[in-house]
Design a protein around this ligand. Structure first.
Ligand SMILES: Nc1nc2c(c(=O)[nH]1)N[C@H]1C(S)=C(S)[C@@H](COP(=O)(O)O)O[C@H]1N2
Ligand SMILES: [Mo]
Length: 413
């Protein structure tokens, strides 16, 4: 039997799709929510990418071939000190919360995916190709984002390029789609004319829920995801509400070092023997040579405190912790940079893994709150939080706060 477009047994036939919910109003409401939401996701995503300072050094740059797509990169500031925490909290929480809206939107237009003929004109063919990029791009961005948050590091070293290039492809198709459809969507919301629209089923089944009811259902799903994700940005009882976030519900431990840990010392292969008082030495290199300092020698330098959070790209963060240690700019002064701190290249004791090295920009080194921390919340750093010493910089993403520091090289990168 041939695939007759009018035969309601085939998905290419409008009669195949029977839900009475489908129609221009439902699709337009969801579309306008996504227009705002996805724009915020794209902007916070680009901002998050800039926070890595990829233009500073190849060490920070996961997408060296980005070319013109890096046009907007800027020197990431150190103020306000919660900048990355807010940006990434919004990016991840909003992204997770929009999943039901995205799925409902795709469901609402799925008959068009099967519509025949495949293209009525050149313009229609182009529109359908852009829709493939749009739908494929949306699914790709949401799936890679959720996998990175949930399974941390399923893409060894390659999440950033996938999510970054995917975002550009997706957003280009999204802008084209929004420009084409926004006038129609706004018209649909103002004067409701459902009949005759290709989304409306010609032989609708009996409704089990109203269109408004279905929207409440989608919104309720979003709210539920929000409520079980957002808590990972806070401490205490709120964090335990983040049931869907891997760094939420689970208790991060108690006591001064009882805040979220990203990778443990055991995971990073840090042996207690290499961090002991007789073995560990910090190597500081710069204009005037190299200095080696034991932990007790570091403790004789002027110590300062700063209250700063850890904020991870995966969307979890801690509230401000009290760090105490040596200012990065004081360490720069030890190797010849008295009042003009330069960039800094930090290396960890860790031998493998993408996050064992990081580059910090001169403005981050110069900030008086930027420390090589030795204590947190009044206690020595625990092995998992980076003992004997770790970097902490205001407003920076967690990945730049290198733990188990072994070597610091000051100089323009
Ligand atoms: N050497 C080293 N430092 C590291 C990491 C790492 O894997 N190795 N992870 C980074 C990341 S991604 C984050 S979010 C923070 C987390 O710090 P915490 O475990 O003390 O909360 O440490 C950073 N410092
Ligand atoms: Mo992180």
């Amino acid at each position: 039997m041939r695939d007759d477009p009018r035969d309601p047994r085939f998905p290419s036939s409008p009669g195949f799709w029977r839900s009475p919910l489908r129609g221009p109003w439902f699709t337009s409401v969801l579309g306008l929510v996504l227009l705002v939401g996805i724009t915020v996701l794209f902007v916070t995503g680009l901002v998050s990418y800039a926070a890595y300072n990829p233009g500073l050094s190849p060490v920070n740059d996961k997408t060296p071939d980005k070319g013109i797509l890096g046009f907007y990169l800027f020197a990431w500031p150190t103020n306000p000190h919660w900048l990355y925490r807010l940006n990434q909290g919004v990016h991840v929480t909003l992204g997770v919360s929009l999943i039901p809206v995205l799925l409902a939107k795709l469901w609402s237009v799925v008959p068009r995916l099967f519509a025949l003929p495949p293209a009525r004109s050149l313009a229609h063919a182009l529109e359908r190709i852009s829709l493939l990029l749009l739908v494929g791009g949306a699914l790709f961005e949401f799936v890679t984002g959720v996998l990175n948050v949930q399974l941390d590091y399923v893409f060894p070293g390659s999440f950033y390029p996938l999510h970054f290039y995917g975002a550009w492809v997706f957003f280009a198709a999204f802008v084209a789609h929004a420009a084409l459809k926004m006038p129609i969507a706004l018209r649909n919301l103002r004067h409701l004319r459902e009949e005759g629209n290709d989304l409306v089923s010609p032989r609708p089944a009996d409704p089990t829920v109203s269109r408004r009811g279905a929207l409440w259902f989608v919104g309720g799903g979003s709210l539920l995801l929000f409520a079980t994700t957002a808590g990972q940005n806070f401490d205490g009882p709120l964090r335990r509400t983040a049931l869907l976030a891997p760094h939420g519900g689970r208790e991060p431990g108690s006591g001064p070092n009882g805040f979220q840990i990203n990778k443990t010392a055991a995971y990073a292969g840090i042996d207690a023997a290499e961090t002991g008082p007789d073995t560990w030495q910090l190597v500081v290199a710069g204009r005037t040579g190299t200095v080696r300092l034991s932990r007790s020698q570091l403790l004789e330098l002027p110590l300062h405190s700063s209250a700063l959070p850890i904020a991870c790209v995966e969307g979890w963060s801690t509230s401000d912790q009290w760090w105490r240690g040596v200012r990065l700019r004081d360490l720069a002064a030890l190797v010849g940079y008295d009042d003009d701190p330069p960039d800094l290249f930090v290396e960890s004791l860790q031998r493998r893994g993408a996050f064992r090295k990081a580059a910090l920009r001169a403005n981050q080194v110069a900030d008086p709150r930027s420390l090589l921390a030795l204590y947190v919340n009044g206690e020595e750093l625990s092995p998992d939080h980076g003992y004997p010493a770790r970097i902490i910089v205001p407003a920076a993403p967690g990945v730049l706060n290198t733990k188990w520091v072994a070597r610091m090289t000051f100089g323009d990168l």
